[in-house]
Ligand binder design. Structure first.
Ligand code: BES
Ligand code: MN
Ligand code: ZN
Length: 493
């Protein structure tokens, strides 16, 4: 991970310097010093480039003199309109432009400690790479930048803020690693082992195998898993940041549930070959819950939280579930499995019921790469939000705006629920093409037992084909920052 340091504002003698500039700002401080040291090169470049500090605009000056390799100016827009998102994006821009530099310092006339840490977060998030399986990468293709120094007058405040944000970044990286891993490596048992490692952060981790789940009666989850030679797992991760330290009496925990299909072939209702490799990231909901729990523990969030993930592989085989099978879920409700490719909801049904029986949640949020239909509806900009609770929905929407991990509320309605009525069981697992994401959410809602609940369909958000400001292409870890913020803004203390 990119090393972050904070230092007092001073002109560096070598390497690259980034100037973060507000719209309409006049040269002062380091900026003015630099302009003088370079014989006016900065002012001349800004003039030629018509750079005035508008949000997202940049101006690069190569070999400006004064011993520096380059200066990169990044516009922040009007001072009164600078948000955390803008500062993070500036950090991301630094990484995207200067990854081949060895030393980079970032300056701005008035960065508070908190803002300095936010720039650092953006840079770190953008620096993510998954190169575990590259054995022949050329040195000139590798990033060189290993340390970023952010200059601020408030060093202790910057360090304190960074300690928290660093933990969130580590959670994001963990999720991205899990989602990026190939499906032969990351099968359900391996994913459970990676959860077990989180005990190093102070989380309590319980792992259930097929025997335990069989005894409990997890017929829906086990039906999905039965075609695979890989054993299923359910992992429960506990973080007792409110009650654990003895600070507080026990309160209801906040609960997060993730779909963890480590590979989704579709089962007997098999998917077409083209693009099937994408289904290695069908465990992104679970990966996000795991990264979130690591983030909460890493920053010692003052909350009691439980993360549960249902881990299975969906394979066709002689032992696989058939279209037409009827399974009995842990809730006791029976399900006619019309399409074995609608497996995520079957996994979630049992884990969600278990979460409520066992932990009496304050609320539950589940995350799942559940439907292709949500990509048709919302594309790759918003995750679908389905909820039985307006307050929880509003809080999630607000957290989405601040973090940039945005969610859009979709309807739930008895009228849609009719589509999943079955002729022979309590329900069927598909409701036809119309409103495919909604009928999937209606299915999950049948396993919600009167608790405030939100379902995030992240099928369009878990993986990105192109680089974005603070998210390189590939696994995004969408949801880690969103839910960390939901907790931080509403459920601590
Ligand atoms: N994991 C898929 C959903 C998915 C599709 C995620 C494409 C990301 C990209 C899910 O298990 C699935 O197969 N859903 C089916 C449901 C259908 C059979 C009702 C789908 O969306 O086609
Ligand atoms: Mn599927
Ligand atoms: Zn799936």
């Amino acid at each position: 991970m990119l090393d972050i340091a904070f230092a007092k504002p001073a002109l560096p003698k070598s390497g690259a310097l980034v100037l973060l500039i507000h719209e309409g700002e006049k040269p002062s401080g380091l900026w003015a010093q630099l302009d003088e040291a370079t014989g006016g090169a900065i002012a001349r470049s800004f003039e030629v480039a018509e750079f005035k500090g508008a949000k997202g605009k940049t101006c690069a000056i190569l070999a400006p003199g004064a011993g520096l390799t380059r200066v990169l100016a990044i516009g922040l827009g009007k001072p009164a309109e600078v948000t955390q998102k803008i500062l993070e994006e500036a950090g991301g821009t630094i990484l995207a432009n200067l990854a081949r530099e060895t030393a980079v310092a970032v300056a701005n006339s008035a960065l508070t400690g908190q803002q300095a840490a936010e720039v650092a977060l953006g840079a770190v998030l953008r620096s993510y790479r998954f190169d575990r399986y590259r054995t022949k990468e050329k040195p000139e293709d590798k990033p060189k930048l290993s340390k970023l120094t952010v200059l601020t007058g408030e060093i202790p405040k910057a360090k304190a803020a960074w300690e928290k944000l660093d933990a969130v970044a580590k959670g994001v990286f963990l999720t991205r690693d899990l989602v990026s891993e190939p499906p032969n490596v990351l099968d359900p048992p391996e994913m459970a082992e990676r959860c077990r490692k989180l005990s190093e952060l102070g989380l309590k981790v319980d792992i259930l195998g097929p025997k335990e789940m069989g005894k409990l009666g997890f017929g829906a989850l086990l039906g999905v898993s039965q075609g695979s030679v890989k054993e299923p797992r359910m992992v429960v991760m506990h973080w007792n940041g409110a009650s654990g330290s003895g600070r507080k009496s026990k309160e209801k925990p906040v609960v997060f549930v993730g779909k963890g299909v480590t590979f989704d072939t579709g089962g007997i209702s098999i998917k077409p070959a083209g693009g099937m490799e994408d289904m290695k990231w069908d465990m992104a909901g679970a990966g996000t819950v795991i990264g979130l729990m690591a983030a909460l523990a890493g920053r010692k969030a003052k909350v009691d939280a439980v993360g549960l993930v249902g881990l299975v592989e969906n394979m066709p085989s002689g032992s696989a579930q058939r279209p037409g099978d009827v399974v009995t879920s842990y809730s006791g409700q029976t399900i006619e499995v019309i399409n074995t490719d609608a497996e995520g909801r079957l996994v979630l049904a049992d884990v969600i019921w278990y979460a409520q029986q066992k932990y009496d949640p304050k609320f539950m949020v589940d995350l799942a790469t559940l439907t292709g239909a949500i990509i048709i509806g919302l594309g790759h900009e918003y995750a679908g939000l389905f909820s039985n609770d307006d307050t929880l929905s509003q809080k999630l929407t607000a957290a989405g705006q601040t973090t940039g991990e945005r969610v859009w509320r979709m309807p739930l309605d008895d009228a849609y629920d009719k589509q999943i009525r079955s002729e022979i069981a309590d329900m069927k697992n598909v409701g036809g093409r119309p409103g495919g994401s909604i009928t999937a959410a209606q299915f999950i809602q049948r396993f919600v037992n009167g608790k405030p609940w939100a379902h995030l369909d992240i099928a369009g958000m878990a993986w990105s084909a192109k680089d974005a400001a603070v998210t390189p292409k590939g696994a995004t870890a969408f949801g880690v920052r969103l839910l960390d913020r939901l907790v931080a803004d509403n459920y601590e203390d």
